[in-house]
Design a protein around this ligand. Structure first.
Ligand SMILES: Nc1ncnc2c1ncn2[C@@H]1O[C@H](COP(=O)(O)OP(=O)(O)OP(=O)(O)O)[C@@H](O)[C@H]1O
Length: 588
């Protein structure tokens, strides 16, 4: 029952709905005592031969009234209690979603998407049930059970009641044992469901790889194994779940036997009327539901406890990057000073970046080059405040990046990542993602700058074309250019292209870069690229190797140095020439 205590903040918040709901639920329980009482009285009057038509009419009107009242009351408590439970689910879902949006990349590295989805669906459902059916079963098992036992004990015979309640401890012991087993098995079932979610998510995302390698059968078999595991774990839950009802029926059956066996003797001895015994047995039958509710309560509460624990532990995970040191709510506009003594990923032993220092003036274009794994993306993560390291200092407009409120800081950036994600919405909406109020003219302008306008208007539905999940209907180059248009729509102070031109040909790359130069002459642009032609015109170029800055200067300066940059540039030029010679095409 600890879960009810954990959810007390919600019950306090919804005190009115729960007070009215529980109050009415108790009234229904009390009204339900009337029919067995009436039946007993009528039986006694028949036995005594005193029953009149008037009496019958009286009971009929009373029972009809009680029936109508119960009908209305049952409707009201359902709205009150189940309605509040739905609101709890909504609240938890919003909290989780908000939490997800605040968490940094390292959180998503640690947690798998399938788990996060399971928390947002199944776990929330289990907690919702606790706040709805859980409360109903708790109140019903206590109130209805209590009222029925009180009616049996105080209006009929406390001795017979005591006798009939003798098997109850048996039920309490059994349900407690079942409850413990259930908790354990439910945890396993949930974990298996999370695994299944992960499997589905990975299989769908990686379907093209699976097909390319002809691994469909192996994937189907792996999915089937995971699915079997979910079934097995849920069957384990069902096996314990299935014990509740037979146990309760057995206990009620024993009670019936005791009621009839001893009740008949009481009637013969004249301690009980036949009508009272009739009422008593009907009351006993009414105890089945509270007892069932009690068993159900264990089940629901155990599920709720396990699920709420998982949701809470997720919500308690601290954000890596916070606004704790924020002093400024303005959007930074300009110069960036980078001084990195060293930068470590939390779980890594070696530093990913070391001894880096350069200054980018407002309006400059900076190119970052280096082999794969040299630290380019890590540098961008520091700049975008996706990670922090006390030995890394990024200053924007002369103050530490951490002094800006995260929201306003990030508004300064337009970031085009390597892995561009497009939403399953129209092309126009994808471009306007960061500025939903952008006019169509602005959207077209951004698309033209990113050199994707022609492609779009050649599509059947133009800007209204819906892009499938991850943009499956578009080519890699089209997706890249759409992602650039999306970054351009906010006209960001600092635009970051993280190897974002790799899938476009050299001519298009040149055209996009010259558009950018013209459009953004007063704004800063960072270009990370494996292709030296993309950064050749930058005001300065920084070359990284093994996390260290090994070269810095303009294209001409670096060419004179004859080091890594110059070698790469010459090699790529040569490749391009060879390709052009071969088919008059372009490199990349
Ligand atoms: N999440 C992480 N945890 C630990 N180490 C990481 C993590 N991400 C990257 N690294 C390590 O940091 C170093 C720099 O990686 P980074 O991704 O910044 O390189 P990169 O130059 O962007 O490579 P690429 O051009 O392939 O994108 C590499 O040694 C990499 O293994």
């Amino acid at each position: 029952m600890q879960i009810f205590w954990s959810l007390r903040w919600f019950f306090q918040k919804e005190w009115l709905a729960y007070s009215v709901g529980i109050g009415i639920l108790m009234l229904v329980s009390a009204l339900a005592l009337l029919p067995p009482y009436a039946a007993g009285r009528v039986v006694d009057q028949i036995a005594e031969g005193t029953l009149t038509v008037g009496d019958l009419q009286y009971w009929a009107v009373l029972l009809l009234g009680a029936g109508i009242l119960m009908y209305i009351f049952r409707y009201i408590w359902r709205i009150m209690i189940f309605g509040a439970a739905i609101r709890l689910a909504k609240l938890l879902r919003s909290r989780l979603y908000e939490h997800y949006t605040k968490m940094s990349a390292s959180f998503y590295n640690r947690r798998r998407t399938g788990d996060l989805m399971a928390h947002s669906t199944n776990d929330i459902k289990a907690v919702e049930q606790t706040a709805g059916i859980g409360v109903l079963t708790l109140v019903d098992s206590i109130a209805m059970g209590g009222f029925v036992i009180a009616a049996m004990a105080f209006t009929i015979s406390w001795q017979l009641t005591l006798l009939c309640l003798l098997p109850m401890p048996l039920m309490a012991a059994a349900t407690s044992i079942y409850g413990n087993i259930l908790h354990h098995r439910f945890g396993q079932a949930q974990a298996a469901f999370s695994e299944l979610n992960n499997k589905v998510q990975e299989s769908v995302s990686g379907i093209r790889v699976t097909k390319a390698f002809g691994q469909e059968k192996a994937e189907v078999a792996a999915f089937s194994r995971q699915s079997d595991k979910v079934v097995e774990k849920n069957e384990n839950v069902a096996r314990v779940d299935a014990l509740f009802e037979p146990t309760i029926s057995l206990v009620v059956g024993i009670s019936y036997f005791l009621a009839v066996f001893f009740g008949a003797r009481f009637v013969i001895a004249g301690d009980l009327t036949i009508g009272e015994l009739t009422s008593f047995t009907v009351y006993l039958g009414m105890l089945t539901w509270p007892m069932l509710a009690f068993g159900l309560l264990f089940n629901i509460v155990e599920r709720g406890r396990a699920s709420y624990g998982r949701i809470e532990s997720l919500l308690e995970e601290k954000q890596d990057i916070t606004d704790e040191r924020a002093e400024y709510s303005s959007i930074p506009t300009g110069s960036i000073n980078v001084v990195i003594e060293s930068c470590h990923y939390p779980e890594a032993e070696q530093a990913s970046l070391q001894d880096i220092s350069f200054y980018v003036q407002k309006g400059e274009t900076i190119g970052i080059a280096g082999r794969t794994g040299s630290g380019k993306t890590t540098l961008l993560k520091l700049l975008l405040r996706e990670m922090e390291d006390p030995l890394s200092r990024i200053e924007v407009d002369g103050v530490s990046a951490a002094s800006y409120q995260l929201d306003s800081y990030r508004m300064a950036f337009g970031y085009v990542p390597q892995d561009h994600f497009l939403f399953s919405i129209s092309i126009a909406d994808n471009i306007a993602f960061a500025r939903p109020d952008a006019s169509f003219k602005e959207i077209v302008h951004a698309a033209k700058t990113a050199h994707v306008h022609e492609d779009i208007i050649n599509m059947e539905y133009g800007y209204d074309t819906i892009v499938g999940e991850r943009g499956v209907t578009l080519s890699g180059g089209q997706k890249q250019r759409l992602a650039i248009a999306r970054a351009l729509i906010t006209d960001p102070e600092i635009l970051i292209l993280d190897d974002s031109l790799s899938a476009v040909d050299a001519k298009t790359e040149e055209s996009i870069l010259s558009h950018l130069q013209r459009e953004r002459h007063n704004k800063t642009t960072w270009i990370v690229s494996h292709r030296m032609s993309a950064i050749k015109h930058a005001d300065q170029i920084v070359v990284l190797e093994n996390g260290r800055q090994i070269e810095r200067g303009t294209h001409d300066e670096l060419m004179k140095d004859h080091r890594w940059y110059a070698d790469m540039y010459d090699m790529q030029q040569l490749e391009s020439l060879v390709e052009k010679g071969g088919k008059d095409g372009a490199p990349g």
